[in-house]
Design a protein around this ligand. Structure first.
Ligand SMILES: Nc1nc2c(c(=O)[nH]1)N[C@H]1C(S)=C(S)[C@@H](COP(=O)(O)O)O[C@H]1N2
Ligand SMILES: [Mo]
Length: 309
């Protein structure tokens, strides 16, 4: 019997461990199509099974991966745009579940594996506009949040939803300090949350979400400033009143509950008329509702957008 010593194995037969792990996960995903997404522990970079490119996508050039995953706001890991990418690998994303409760007929806690089976995953290329004046184009992977919200059958009295991000003091150094009030909480009106553009995002560039971008599941509301799009969500609560939200509590004059992208309403300390796309030298004009006015303008018919900023 021939026993091969390591140096007898030709390099072509050696599969780097990371590549092997990726393929294994891809095969598990692919095996039963969209119906068997059971994944023991997904890791950033694992391929996701994408059913289609969403027609809601912009055809603008996506921002390079290194910027999307290297320039972040995720205060739970500390302040500074490079800090999340340096520290977020420690976040425990498995096991993970999301609790949906409050004003619903069927409160439930769903494992991430089951959430991934609710709807086919799509490529959704969206513009993202940060309140600080920069923007990106991100090829998210996800599905309309409505598919998740419908699972619990909201009561007719439910008018708002509150999203809570995870708090892991042993992996997130920021939450040991009162930088913000933890958990990071954001909110939407229920009709905003149910709008087809509102995304439950689980990845980007066809791969499982990097932790610094909000793995394993985050909110994306592309017509609102980036801070509305809570990362690493563990709870979604249905209420009959506008829920208190982290940034609005901290500085209500600077961060409204609505936070719709609006070039005509300045931040108290700077204009919002223009933005710098990461990677560009020159600024470009910011568009009403971040360019999604045709799809979402009707949600705000009759609302004074200077008052409800
Ligand atoms: N939990 C949590 N979610 C968060 C934040 C945060 O600090 N913590 N920052 C917000 C802000 S200010 C922005 S601009 C976006 C940034 O998302 P990105 O890092 O994927 O570009 O996430 C938002 N979601
Ligand atoms: Mo932001």
């Amino acid at each position: 019997m021939l026993i091969r010593r390591p140096h007898d194995v030709p390099p072509s037969e050696i599969t780097p461990k990371s590549v092997f792990a990726q393929r294994r996960h891809f095969l598990q995903f692919a095996a039963g199509g969209a119906l068997s997404l059971a994944l023991p522990a997904a890791h950033a970079g694992d391929k996701l099974p994408i059913a289609a490119r969403s027609p809601l996508s912009t055809d603008e050039e996506p921002t390079p991966y290194r910027h999307i995953a290297g320039y972040n706001n995720f205060v739970e890991f500390g302040n500074g745009k490079e800090v999340p990418a340096e520290r977020a690998h420690r976040l425990r994303t498995a096991p993970w579940s999301v609790t949906l409760d409050g004003l619903v007929h069927k409160p439930r806690t769903l494992a991430i594996e089951d959430i991934l089976k609710l709807a086919p995953l799509e490529d959704r290329v969206y513009r993202l506009r940060c309140v600080e004046g920069w923007s990106m184009v991100v090829p998210w992977v996800g599905f309309s949040l409505s598919a998740l919200l419908k699972q619990v059958e909201p009561l007719s009295s439910a008018r708002y939803v509150a999203f809570e991000s995870v708090v892991q003091p042993d992996t997130q150094p920021g939450v040991r300090f009162p930088l913000l009030d933890w958990p990071y909480t954001e909110g939407l009106r229920l009709d905003e949350a149910m709008h087809p553009l509102t995304l439950a995002a689980v990845g980007l560039y066809g791969e499982v979400m990097p932790n610094q971008n909000g793995a394993p599941i985050r909110l994306i509301v592309p017509w609102k400033y980036g801070f509305k799009s809570a990362k690493s969500i563990v709870r979604i609560r249905f209420t009959d009143h506008e829920p208190p939200t982290t940034w609005n509590n901290l500085q209500p004059e600077e961060y409204g509950f609505y936070a719709n992208v609006n070039p005509e309403v300045s931040h108290p300390r700077w204009s919002q008329a223009r933005e710098r796309r990461i990677g560009d030298f020159l600024k470009r004009p910011t568009r009403m509702f971040n360019g999604y006015a045709d799809q979402v303008g009707q949600l705000y018919a009759g609302l004074d957008l200077h008052k409800y900023y």
